[in-house]
Design a protein around this ligand. Structure first.
Ligand code: ADP
Ligand code: MG
Length: 268
């Protein structure tokens, strides 16, 4: 069985993509799944959250394997994969990925570079989560081309309708031209603080899209521990296991796995 690939994507920054990738990934690993996290953001936040230190000083990263894939050189992606003490593997990124984003423009089949990288190791994992950068550029299109589904964190602080429309348009053209099987795993409300505003935003998004797109029942609350965890190099599940946000990420993991099982049974 090859891995289920989920792109964690929203072109807005600061909505909880990296936090969700880390904590859903560690949650899935704790549930016995083999997990690879791919940092597809030149900012390298995922890599830093997992304790890599100075991301820009690293030489074996997603950028190095993507360049080799583009140039059709021999390489082994495993040489760039690190293991984290919390049971997940990860492929780090740094600022070099920004120039890959640009150089892909002139490459043949440029949308499939990341898919080519992932093909080497897809059979070795149950889940591969891709932490996307805050743009809908070529790297993000590569992630959507490689993915089975997209998980969309939505920050319940600002009404995101315009941004979501733009994102859904991108998903629709990716489906039309590149990856007809791309599904929407679900919209995940993050930074949910229980105020009227956050309730209203969640209700509006659910009313607008809920009939056609799955919205996760689990909402991720705002919490100071969630903001502190990345600097510790460990997930929130490890850093503050008793926090509400950690409990929410465990609930999200269970919700996602339960939904997957229902779908599997339906397919039999
Ligand atoms: P993105 O990857 O979409 O840019 P991040 O996951 O990096 O978003 O989150 C943006 C910032 O908000 C980070 O500093 C992160 O630590 C913080 N953060 C994420 N989730 C929460 C939360 N539930 N409560 C409080 N702070 C959070
Ligand atoms: Mg991020």
């Amino acid at each position: 069985m090859s891995a289920k690939i989920i792109a964690v994507c929203n072109q807005k920054g600061g909505v909880g993509k990296t936090t969700t990738t880390v904590n859903l990934g560690v949650g899935l690993a704790a549930a016995g799944q083999r997990v690879l996290l791919i940092d597809a953001d030149p900012q390298g936040s995922l890599s830093v959250s997992l304790g890599i230190g100075d991301a820009d000083a690293q030489t074996d990263t997603l950028a190095s394997v993507m360049v080799r894939e583009m140039n059709r050189e021999q390489y082994d992606v495993r040489s760039c994969i690190r293991h984290h003490a919390e049971g997940v593997d990860y492929l780090p990124a740094n600022i070099e990925l920004a120039s890959v984003d640009v150089s892909m423009i002139n490459t043949m089949s440029r949308e499939y570079i990341l898919s080519g990288v992932i093909a080497q190791i897809r059979d070795e994992y149950d889940f591969i989560l891709i932490d996307c950068m805050p743009s809908l550029g070529m790297l993000t299109v590569n992630a959507l081309a490689a993915a089975d589904s997209i998980l969309i964190p939505v920050e319940t602080k600002f009404l995101p309708i315009k941004g979501l429309q733009q994102l859904f348009q991108t998903i629709s053209s990716v489906r039309y031209r590149i990856n007809p099987n791309l599904e929407i795993e679900g919209v995940l409300f993050t930074m949910f603080n229980g105020t009227n505003l956050s309730e209203q935003i969640a209700a509006t998004v659910t009313e607008t899209y809920g009939s056609s797109i799955r919205v996760f029942d689990t909402r991720i609350p705002t919490g100071t521990k969630a903001a502190e965890a990345p600097a510790s190099g460990s997930s929130l599940l490890h850093y503050a296991p008793k926090s509400k946000a950690a409990a929410a990420y465990t609930a999200l993991t269970n919700e996602l796995l339960a939904h997957r099982n229902v779908k599997k049974e339906a397919a039999v």
